[in-house]
Design a protein around this ligand. Structure first.
Ligand code: MG
Ligand code: MG
Length: 255
């Protein structure tokens, strides 16, 4: 069942989204060579709680931290810890905040200093894929329109979408129906209607699409070691088009 939200509920989700965006902005200002992902997690949790929010990920199915921090070939669900950020890294930070009973979810891949031409192109393409997917989040469209747009932008650039990881409905719970795959065909899948709120999140790689879970039972990396990128927004479908609920200026470390 797809739960549609009232205009008031969507405004509440936007308040949660604002805290998510603030947290990602803080990460962008703070990430630098030498900082550990545990330090980033501590700063994120402090900010989220100072705004009256709860870090949604903490304790979710036993996840031990407030953010996911996934460097380089790690795609998602990296557990913050002793890893120290290095010059040239790509670091994906994923943040979920629960506020007044509603969840917002967003991710951003940061470039740490000089990352090289291919990595910069990967980031630009992933952001373009997200934008193309969001543009299809319109009343009367189908989930497949979002999926196809993300896939087209990614594959036209010569990159791969990861098929085993998907976007999702979001609201009172972090994961609701429908699933929002990053590949598919226009006109297929559930119909989108005003009041639906979904997390659109292209996860793409510079190599193959295969991924595997590590021994920590959480972190997921590319099998071929290729770089990955992941950008995500929580979006509401409104009468007059998509409304991004997690948008705020995020200072990228890409020059
Ligand atoms: Mg997320
Ligand atoms: Mg998500």
């Amino acid at each position: 069942m797809i739960v549609r939200k009232s205009a008031d509920e969507i405004d509440t989700m936007a308040r949660a989204g604002r805290v998510v965006a603030e947290t990602l902005a803080l990460m962008g200002e703070t990430i630098r060579p030498g900082i550990s992902t545990r330090e980033l997690d501590d700063l994120a949790e402090e900010l989220i709680r100072s705004r009256g929010g709860v870090p949604t990920f903490k304790g979710y199915r036993g996840f031990p931290a407030s953010i996911c921090a996934s460097p380089n070939d790690m795609v998602v669900h990296g557990i913050p810890g002793g890893y120290r950020v290095r010059e040239g890294d790509l670091l994906t930070v994923d943040v979920g905040v629960t506020l007044e009973g509603f969840v917002a979810d967003s991710a951003y891949t940061f470039a740490v200093g000089e990352v090289g031409e291919e990595a910069e192109r990967l980031l630009a393409v992933c952001q373009a894929a997200l934008a193309a997917g969001i543009a299809e989040a319109r009343d009367g469209n189908h989930v497949g329109d979002i999926s196809a747009a993300v896939q087209r932008v990614t594959e036209e650039a010569g990159f791969s979408v990861i098929r085993s990881l998907v976007g999702h409905g979001v609201g009172r719970s972090m994961h609701e129906e429908p699933q929002v795959p990053n590949y598919g065909r226009p006109g297929r899948g559930p119909k989108l209607a005003t009041g639906m709120t979904i997390a659109i999140e292209p996860m793409i790689t510079a190599g193959g699409e295969e991924v595997a879970v590590a021994d920590d039972d959480w972190s997921i990396s590319t099998v071929d070691g290729s770089l990955s990128a992941h950008f995500e927004h929580t979006v509401a479908v409104r009468e007059n088009g998509p409304r991004i609920l997690t948008e705020a200026p995020v200072r990228s470390l890409v020059p």
